[in-house]
Design a protein around this ligand. Sequence first.
Ligand SMILES: C[S@@+](CC[C@H](N)C(=O)[O-])C[C@H]1O[C@@H](n2cnc3c(N)ncnc32)[C@H](O)[C@@H]1O
Length: 324
Amino acid sequence: MTSNKMVLGDYQFFDLKPARQDMHQEIVAGLRAQEKRIAPKYFYDEQGSALFESITELPEYYLTRTEMNVFDRYGDDIAAVIGDGTCVVEYGSGSSQKIRKLLETVHMEAYMPVDISKDHLRNNARALHRDFPGLSVYPICADFTQPFELPEIANGWNRVGFFPGSSIGNFDPADAVTFLSNIARNLGPGAQLIIGVDRKKAPEILEAAYDDSQGITAEFNLNLLKHLNDALGANFAIDEFTHEAVYNEDLGCVQMYLRSRKAQQVTLGTEIVEFARDETIHTENSYKYHLEEFQALAESAGFAVRSVWTDERNWFAVVLLEVQ
Ligand SMILES: C[S@@+](CC[C@H](N)C(=O)[O-])C[C@H]1O[C@@H](n2cnc3c(N)ncnc32)[C@H](O)[C@@H]1O
């Protein structure tokens, strides 16, 4: 389907104003829970986004390299299943590094990067628009964990969702189904979704990927506290917490924590939160999937699996789903 509204190489920024005013409330509720937790979306201030880019280049962090390798191997096959008149909507676009790889083979008219980290989004979307002048780029600042409508301008194209990086692993399986159901509604019936899924493998490989020898993942995890200090006027003593990453075999999930080195109090505005020595804040889950587990999950969210592309070691899968 094409639209006469299409303008080649158009650019427009859509700020859906993700509800930052709820941040204080959400953080305090998480820190008051029986097991303290903070949602991973709060990793991504400017510094957190930059640290994540450094993580993607670490020798232990096989995920980005392996997924890029799948795009290299199967770029032509992916291009063949993506039709003409396409608008690719990427959920959590970060540096938009992977769309650059897809653009080597896949033809698209428009690209809608969706991200919560506004300045990072704007800078990367502008850079992409500069480098691909014929491509229309419509960045959307939004929280993808909340249902939202794509701007009307997306109506004229075939919509293809893009959710690489195994970010689906950050949701527990029930929330992943809810998230994918929202995406199915967001994209509309018949739309396709290209999604990266990290597969189950040896625990030592998984734990090293989230606890590298240079300490960059530790810095990324601890930067969350600095983000809360900056955004909420909290007073976390960052040196008094340590980074931890463990693979929970029962759940099939790498879990990241910040552990308090001592008994301490932290103030967030008028709230005081107590930490016992060794008490943890759970900051991230990264679920790993067998292919059949992921297929069942996608089907319960209203998608059918159309293709699976993988790397030589079968460590990572790029899965093509279609909204039913
Ligand atoms: C792990 S990075 C992945 C970036 C890129 N897609 C890739 O595969 O390399 C996650 C990105 O999602 C964004 N993000 C995380 N939670 C989000 C949310 N709830 N809504 C929108 N964007 C989010 C972050 O700002 C970050 O840029």
